[in-house]
Ligand binder design. Structure first.
Ligand SMILES: NC(=O)c1ccc[n+]([C@@H]2O[C@H](COP(=O)([O-])OP(=O)(O)OC[C@H]3O[C@@H](n4cnc5c(N)ncnc54)[C@H](O)[C@@H]3O)[C@@H](O)[C@H]2O)c1
Length: 438
C-alpha cells in the first residue's frame, strides 16, 4: 500500500517505521524540518526502543522517506494517516489547530487528485470532531463531498511509549471507525496480519473508545495508589493484596460492573466504602477517588429521578424494587431512595417485585419491609398487568427475567425509563423507550 503519514512524533514515526517494515511504501510528512531530515538520514526523531533500527532499515530499503511537502505525499499515496498532536489548551479543551490545518492541506491537494483517497485519523479526538470539524475542513478545501472523492476513517492507536513497537505488533485490539466499508479497507489491510481482534464500528464510537480507555487506565492507577497508601498506613502489604485481587477474573478484572446503568446499593458496597472512608479520615489520609464514589452514586439516582420528572407524567410504575434481580434485600436499595423522592414530590406509585412481595409474606425481610418501609410497601402490586394499569411511566429497576416481556406489554402511550438496559426486542416494544445513560 502507498501510505502518507502526517505528523512524525511518537505515534507517526512508530507507525511510519512499522508500516515500512511490513513492506508498504511510506512517505512521512512533518512541518518540522529537523524531524524530516532525521528520518531521511535513517535516524529516529524520538527515543523509542528499536525504532532507530526499524527506521534505518525502511529508509535503506527505499520504502520510507520523509518530506515537508504535503502535496508530494498526497499524490504519492492512496491513504493518509493523520498523527499530529491534539494538545490541551489552557482551559483543558482540545486544541484542534494542527489537525484542522492538516485536513485543510490534504483537502487542498485532493482538489487536483482524481483517485479516491482515504484519510485515516489516528490522533485522539473527542466524539463528533471528525464529523463536526475534520470532514467539513476536507470538503471545504477539496471541493469534494465526503464519500465521493475521498473517505475518512478513525483508527485510534493504543501504543504505550517505551514499548510502542512491541505493542504495534501485538495490540490489544484494532479499532476502525467508518461510515462506508471502502474507507475501512486500507486500515483493515494494514493490520490484518496482527494477532488481535479487529472491531469495525461507527466513527463516534471509535473516537470515544480512546478516551474511555485512557480514563480507565488513569482510574486504575489512582485506585491502586489510594489502596497502596491505605495499606501502608494499615501495615498491610499492598502488593500482596493487589496480586490476589488481580487474580480474580470473575468480579475484579472482568467486564462485570462495567456496564453503564443504575446506582449501586445493597448491604455491602455502601457500608464498606463508608467504613474505609472513615478509617482513612481517622488516619488523616486523603482518598479523593474512593471518597468520590458515594456522591457519584447519589447523582446517578438523581439522574433517574430527573428523567422520570422530565416525562411530565404523574403515575409511575416501578418494575423491580430490590437493588438487583433475584434478591429481596432492600437495604440501601437505590430504588427505595428513588421511590421516596417521587412520593415526596406527590407522584402516585405502583411497585412490582415478586421477590419483595414474597418477602412481605414470609421472608426474613418481612420485618424490614413492615417496619422500615411501610410507606412504600403499601404501593406494592400483585402483577405486571396491575402495574401497567396503574401507571403512565414504567421504570425498570432491575433485570428480572420477567421484565422484557412486561415492557413489551406496555401500552403505546406508556413511557419506559430503563435503568438496567434490559435485553429487549425493540420490534415488539410499543411504548416510548428511554435509557438512563444510553
Ligand atoms: N504519544 C502517545 O503515546 C500517543 C498514544 C496514543 C495516541 N496519541 C495521540 O496521537 C496524536 C499524536 O501524538 P504524538 O505524541 O505523536 O504527538 P507529537 O507532538 O509527538 O507529534 C506530533 C507531530 O505533528 C507534527 N505536525 C504538526 N502540524 C503538522 C502539519 N500541519 N503537518 C505535518 N505535521 C505536523 C509536529 O511537528 C509533531 O512532529 C495525539 O492526538 C495524541 O493524543 C499519542
Amino acid at each position: 500500500m502507498r501510505i502518507s503519514v502526517f505528523g512524525l512524533g511518537y505515534v507517526g514515526s512508530v507507525s511510519a517505521a512499522a508500516f515500512a517494515g511490513d513492506g508498504h511504501d511510506v512517505i512521512g510528512v512533518d512541518v518540522n524540518e529537523d524531524k524530516v531530515r532525521a528520518i531521511n538520514a535513517g535516524r529516529s526523531p524520538i527515543v523509542e526502543p528499536g525504532l532507530a533500527e526499524l527506521l534505518r532499515a525502511g529508509v535503506e530499503a527505499g520504502r520510507l522517506r520523509a518530506t515537508t511537502d504535503a502535496a508530494e505525499a498526497i499524490h504519492g499515496s492512496d491513504v493518509s494517516l493523520i498523527c499530529v498532536g491534539t494538545p490541551s489548551q489552557r482551559n483543558g479543551s482540545l486544541d484542534l489547530t494542527y489537525l484542522t490545518r492538516v485536513c485543510e492541506q490534504i483537502g487542498t491537494v485532493l482538489r487536483d487528485k482524481d483517485s479516491y483517497h482515504v484519510v485515516t485519523i489516528r490522533s485522539t479526538v473527542l466524539p463528533g470532531t471528525t464529523h463536526g470539524r475534520l470532514i467539513p475542513a476536507l470538503e471545504a478545501t477539496s471541493g469534494k463531498r465526503y464519500g465521493d472523492g475521498f473517505g475518512v476513517s478513525v483508527n485510534p492507536e493504543f501504543l504505550r511509549e517505551g514499548t510502542a513497537l512491541a505493542d504495534f505488533r501485538q495490540p490489544p485490539l484494532t479499532l476502525i471507525g467508518h461510515n462506508h466499508a471502502v474507507d475501512a479497507a486500507p486500515a483493515a489491510a494494514l493490520y490484518q496480519h496482527l494477532p488481535a481482534p479487529v472491531y469495525h464500528t461507527s466513527i463516534r464510537v471509535a473516537e470515544m473508545l480512546k478516551y474511555v480507555s485512557n480514563v480507565w487506565h488513569a482510574v486504575k492507577i489512582v485506585f491502586a495508589n489510594e489502596i497502596g497508601n491505605l495499606c501502608k498506613r494499615l501495615e498491610v502489604d499492598s502488593h500482596e493484596v493487589m496480586d490476589i485481587f488481580c487474580s480474580d477474573a470473575k468480579l475484579n478484572l472482568s467486564p462485570y460492573y462495567l456496564r453503564p446503568g443504575f446506582a449501586f446499593g445493597g448491604s455491602c458496597l455502601p457500608k464498606d466504602i463508608r467504613a474505609l472512608q472513615y478509617r482513612g479520615k481517622e488516619m488523616d489520609l486523603e482518598l479523593p477517588l474512593i471518597n468520590a464514589l458515594l456522591g457519584s452514586n447519589r447523582l446517578q439516582v438523581q439522574h433517574a429521578i430527573d428523567r422520570i420528572v422530565e416525562t411530565g407524567r404523574k403515575r409511575i410504575g416501578l418494575l423491580g424494587f430490590s437493588f438487583k434481580a433475584g434478591t429481596d434485600d432492600l437495604r440501601e436499595a437505590p430504588m427505595v431512595i428513588l421511590a421516596e423522592a417521587l412520593l415526596g414530590k406527590g407522584y402516585s406509585l405502583a411497585i412490582y417485585d415478586r421477590n419483595v412481595s414474597l418477602a412481605r409474606l414470609v421472608g426474613a425481610n418481612k420485618q424490614y419491609i413492615e417496619e422500615q418501609i411501610p410507606h412504600l410497601s403499601r404501593h406494592l402490586c400483585d402483577s405486571v398487568d396491575e402495574l401497567l394499569d396503574r401507571s403512565d411511566v414504567v421504570v425498570v429497576g432491575n433485570a428480572d427475567p420477567e421484565f422484557p416481556a412486561a415492557v413489551e406489554r406496555a401500552r403505546p402511550d406508556h413511557i419506559v425509563v430503563d435503568l438496567v438496559r434490559l435485553p429487549l426486542d425493540f420490534s415488539r416494544v410499543r411504548a416510548r423507550y428511554d435509557g438512563i445513560c444510553w
